[in-house]
Design a protein around this ligand. Structure first.
Ligand code: ADP
Ligand code: NA
Length: 341
């Protein structure tokens, strides 16, 4: 039987955006009532593509501040950055030797991020899902809240856990785990609205920190004018909004804006269309911008307040790394025995 433990992480790269917020971060605080939670700032994942070192350190603090500003309690939950618990790298290596090259070759995120020049991508970018499996399984995490884009990586985490349990069955039993399962088969928590927020410039691409076009993302730290401007310039079509869901078919940009509105106002897309059906984007976009500003501005002020005093965040991260490190070392003691180190 596995202890109910939830793990999630966000990369300290680029600016946190509405997709990170709706698909991941805002779901963290409520999880604290149901699970023991570990929220990680995954700086080792970040360097799979080039990061400016000073910016990386600052972004690490910003992501930690975002967790706290949205209600994660650093006393109840563990907040830390990945690089400070060296067991992540150690378990990732073991998993590099469990996972198969063929499994990695199927990962669509690698294909997207490496682009055309795949030969020139870092080896770390290729092995990213193996490190992600280590992040979760180091804490024997049973649940992971993520956006839809991480579904495939979660499946790989499950495959790695299953293969490890199977490859080392006897050793796991000898180590005292009678049913022979050392790692849990982690459940992704993906359900809910807005699990895939799309770019404001192209309804076929997800909103992402790695998108070079600034206008494609609503950043968590954008001020009211910027948010209004980005929604005003968001790509749409000339039709008014439909009053039923079917009317959004073949209109990915319109659908995306409706879904954002629904997620921010805790309603269904149907309800949003009941209210705005028949109206044009000239009316809908300002309403959406007002809603987003009302929602995000208290969060971004709290993040700014915390960033002004980095000592507080740094001490939270140090304390978190210590607590995470204890659990991680407990797991690794078993893993080292199991694999024969
Ligand atoms: P990014 O892809 O922007 O670099 P991360 O890889 O750091 O973001 O992902 C952090 C979390 O945010 C993950 O749980 C991921 O599923 C979620 N997420 C990222 N982009 C989106 C999006 N466009 N819509 C919904 N959730 C997203
Ligand atoms: Na991602």
């Amino acid at each position: 039987d596995f202890h109910n433990r939830l793990f999630s992480g966000v990369q300290p790269t680029g600016d946190l955006h509405l997709g990170n917020y709706l698909g991941a971060i805002r779901r963290f605080a409520p999880m604290q009532d149901q699970f023991d939670c570990i929220f990680c700032v995954v700086d080792m994942h970040a360097i799979t593509v080039w990061q400016d070192p000073k910016a990386l350190r600052q972004k690490t603090r910003e992501v930690a501040a975002a967790y706290i500003a949205t209600g994660v309690d650093p006393k109840r939950s563990i907040i830390f950055n990945q690089s400070q618990v060296m067991q992540h790298a150690e378990l990732a290596w073991v998993f590099n030797c469990v996972a198969r090259i063929g499994w990695m070759n199927r990962m669509t995120q690698f294909k997207d991020k490496a682009g055309k020049n795949r030969e020139n991508a870092s080896l770390g970018l290729y092995a990213y899902p193996s490190l992600m499996a280590a992040d979760i399984l180091l804490y024997r995490g049973t649940h992971v809240p993520v956006g839809d884009d991480q579904k495939q990586h979660l499946e790989l985490t499950r495959d790695i856990a299953g293969k490890f349990n199977n490859d080392f069955k006897n050793e796991i039993i000898e180590e005292g785990f009678e049913d022979g399962d050392f790692f849990p088969i982690t459940e992704p928590l993906i359900s809910g609205p807005a699990m895939r927020i799309m770019s404001l410039r192209d309804g076929s691409k997800k909103m992402s920190k790695s998108d070079p076009s600034e206008m494609s993302c609503i950043a968590l730290m954008d001020d009211a004018d910027k948010i209004a401007q980005k929604f005003r310039k968001a790509k749409t079509d000339p039709e008014p909004l439909p009053s039923e869901l079917e009317g959004l078919e073949g209109r990915p940009e319109a659908r995306n804006l409706v879904e954002i509105y629904a997620a921010l106002s805790n309603q269904s897309s149907e309800d949003v269309l009941k209210e705005f059906g028949g109206q044009g984007f000239g009316a809908f976009k300002p309403a959406l911008a007002d809603l987003a500003v009302a929602h995000l501005s208290p969060i971004s002020s709290e993040i700014s307040r915390m960033l002004a005093d980095p000592d507080e965040i740094d001490s939270i991260l140090r304390d978190g790394a210590e607590r995470a490190g204890e659990i991680a070392e407990e797991t690794m003691k078993h893993v080292r025995q199991i694999v024969g180190f």
